[in-house]
Design a binder for this molecule. Structure first.
Ligand SMILES: [Zn+2]
Length: 444
């Protein structure tokens, strides 16, 4: 039984990039996108392997579209074959033979609201360039690559090729962060443009080979972080945030505990990462090769020097973080209460500004993550106690929650995180400021 508060973050995708998988979900949930009349298509080639939405002709002639589409898939497939790995050869075969791979259905291209409204299918994402009806073969429009009519006029042929190639990889079932990141990496490997850095192509080609054990492989996490951070600096913030939230969702797992260090490699973060690395080393010895590499990567001489600046207070914070993800909530809370991250007296005056500007905000986010996690944990417990009519248990949990709010979220009304009450019909009433705000079933 879990009461989880979901926070939906609206992520705006950049103009030079294609879809994100979130819009897929929305689309599949959005009946308006599916019920409308059928689009009208024309064949691109005699064998009817590709069908083009009629309104695409507003933007390019039929021969122009034919050339863009064929070039996109030929260039992409040739480039993938050159990577030579088992995985890249498989994707190449998929991109080349999209028609066969998707159950003999022709691949369709849509440009305008021809019974398939961009607005209805992407209510959040006016800024996307295209998306692929990719991951759900049950969707009646599958397989379709849908291009945003508001963006189309401004895209060059080269842009379109990149986008179509990127989407064609989604059509094979590879999503962002649910699989190794093939769409972006192979796109930047195979369709190198002037705006792309050398790093984007080099790292893209390396990831595109897919020589990893999976998305939890620390070598993969390391490469994908580098790719977004160094290869695509203009878009690094969005993609890194996505990668980080993916890892955050797995932090109870051993691989993610170590990979926290990959997310935080800078010396400014060392007051936290070095003591945290020590805790991991102590607990998980013997480490496997990948874990040893992650630890070694953090324990550089420069990082070690910076680590001293944190002092004992930060050791408490590292402990709190460590124990929280070891599911030892009692100890995590005890340590968190002793963690003071803004005490900068021990930091030499010469680097105090740097410490305040870079280290303190980072430590604050770590602190908030643990405090927020504990709060969610206690809310879950309390919800469960109410659902099971355990009044005594509820009474014991309540002060923990209030204490965390007072210590770490002083700007909140302690009543904001609501007490729960059980209604006569068995549902749980969520109260805020003594008002009923929502009723939820006692068990999902
Ligand atoms: Zn994509």
């Amino acid at each position: 039984m879990k009461f989880v508060v979901w926070i939906l973050l609206a992520v705006t995708c950049s103009a030079t990039f294609a879809d994100d998988p979130g819009s897929q979900l929305l689309k599949n949930l959005n009946p308006r996108a599916l019920k409308s009349k059928k689009p009208s298509y024309i064949r691109i080639s005699p064998e009817a392997r590709y069908l083009l939405g009629r309104s695409c002709l507003k933007y390019r002639s039929l021969p122009q579209w034919r050339k863009i589409i064929e070039d996109a898939f030929n260039t992409g497939a040739t480039c993938l074959k050159q990577r030579g790995s088992k995985q890249s050869l498989e994707i190449a075969a998929g991109v080349e033979g999209t028609a066969q791979l998707i159950g003999g259905k022709p691949l369709k291209f849509l440009c305008e609201e021809e019974g398939y409204s961009w607005k209805a299918s992407n209510p959040r994402d006016e800024t996307l360039q295209a998306d692929a009806v990719a991951t759900d073969p049950d969707n009646p429009h599958f397989p379709t690559i849908h291009m945003n009519p508001r963006k189309l006029a401004r895209l060059s042929d080269a842009d379109l090729q990149r986008i179509l190639f990127h989407e064609s990889i989604h059509l094979l079932g590879y999503g962002h962060f649910t699989h190794v990141e093939y769409s972006y990496s192979c796109e930047h490997c195979c369709f190198h443009s002037k705006e792309d850095s050398e790093e984007a192509q080099r790292l893209g080609c390396s990831i595109c080979k897919g020589k990893y054990t999976g998305i939890k492989d620390p070598r993969y996490i390391d490469d994908i972080m580098q790719f977004f951070r160094k290869g695509l600096p203009a878009h690094a913030d969005i993609r890194l945030a996505e990668a980080q939230s993916f890892m955050k969702g797995h932090r109870q797992e051993r691989w993610a505990k170590f990979n926290v260090l990959l997310l935080s490699p800078l010396p400014d973060q060392a007051p936290f990462t070095i003591p945290y690395a020590n805790l991991l080393e102590k607990k998980y010895t013997p480490l496997n090769d990948a874990e040893s590499r992650v630890i070694k990567n953090i324990k550089t001489p420069e990082n070690k020097v910076f680590a001293f600046l944190g002092g004992e207070n930060i050791q408490h914070l590292a402990n709190a973080f460590f124990f929280f993800y070891e599911s030892d909530y009692k100890l995590a809370e005890k340590e968190l209460m002793q963690a003071q991250v803004t005490d900068v007296k021990q930091v030499p005056a010469t680097i105090r500004t740097r410490y305040v500007e870079h280290t303190v905000p980072f430590l604050e986010t770590i602190k908030e993550e643990v405090a927020g996690g504990l709060l969610a944990y206690y809310s879950d417990l309390e919800f469960q106690a109410v659902a099971e009519n355990k009044a005594e248990a509820q009474k014991n949990i309540y002060p923990h929650r209030q204490r965390i709010i007072r210590a770490f979220f002083p700007e909140w009304n302690p009543k904001f995180f609501p007490p729960f009450k059980k209604a006569d019909d068995g549902t749980i009433i969520v109260m805020v400021d003594d008002n009923e705000v929502v009723r939820v079933p006692a068990s999902p």
